[in-house]
Design a binder for this molecule. Structure first.
Ligand code: AMP
Length: 217
């Protein structure tokens, strides 16, 4: 495979983060999570972090202008020259058009993870994260853990600020409002593949690798 430029589209809780890490490892490309970049900026209390924090806590979207600048800087780094997997960008058609301009003639494949809202609400309510290594856990579910401690770091897991019932509903609404035109953007470019995200993480991973190997040269 010469170049692997992937965009993961999916609602919060669809498993984008988990799959992005696996894709990055398997194909040797940087996995870039805009949500994690914004949360890190929040922890470091930078101007961007402070601005994004309120929007994120309310379940809204950070402006296209900010996100596009952030991604332009990130994709200009040498490690992204041979490909990337984006988790959480683009989220709007404006961001998708900006990404098209950034990559020029390099082709991009958008993988859409489809999961029903009821399942997303269940997963997000059960989601915990290790504050140190950022590993995700699903408390009390078949694929998860009964322990509220990170199995690697041994410290207590925490819940993301925006994984509370009210914000979850707002984030799902923001996703559904934006996703139709975004999916259409990639469909028109014949750069779209859909994956059923309701299955186990391993089954989703297998579907994703098939799509990548079929579609990415
Ligand atoms: P995520 O970790 O992908 O669920 O993102 C968490 C939050 O970060 C979102 O609810 C948004 O507030 C913000 N965010 C992340 N990526 C973007 C983006 N591409 N455009 C706008 N807001 C974003």
């Amino acid at each position: 495979m010469t170049e692997c430029n992937l965009v993961l589209i999916g609602p919060p809780g669809s498993g984008k983060g988990t799959q992005a890490v696996r894709i990055a490892e398997r194909y040797g490309v940087p996995g870039i999570s805009t949500g994690e970049t914004l949360r890190a900026a929040g922890r470091e209390d930078t101007p961007l972090g402070r601005q994004a924090k309120t929007i994120m806590a309310a379940g809204g979207l950070v402006s296209d202008e900010i996100m596009i600048d952030l991604m332009r800087e990130r994709l200009s780094r040498p490690d992204a020259a041979r490909g990337f997997v984006l988790d959480g960008f683009p989220r709007t058609v404006g961001q998708a058009e900006a990404l098209d301009a950034m990559v020029g003639l390099r082709s991009v494949l958008a993988l859409v993870l489809v999961v029903p809202d009821a399942e997303l609400t269940r997963r997000l309510s059960a989601r915990r994260v290790c504050p140190r290594c950022k590993t995700l856990y699903a408390i009390g579910t078949h694929y998860g853990s009964e322990e509220e401690h990170c199995s690697r770091c041994g410290i207590s897991l925490i819940r993301r600020d925006d994984d509370n019932p009210e914000t979850i509903q707002r984030r799902l609404l923001a996703y559904h409002t934006a996703v139709g035109p975004l999916v259409e953007h990639y469909r028109q470019r014949s750069a779209l593949a859909t994956v059923d995200g309701l299955r186990s993480p391993d089954a989703v991973w297998s579907a994703i690798t098939h799509q990548i190997e079929d579609r990415v040269s």
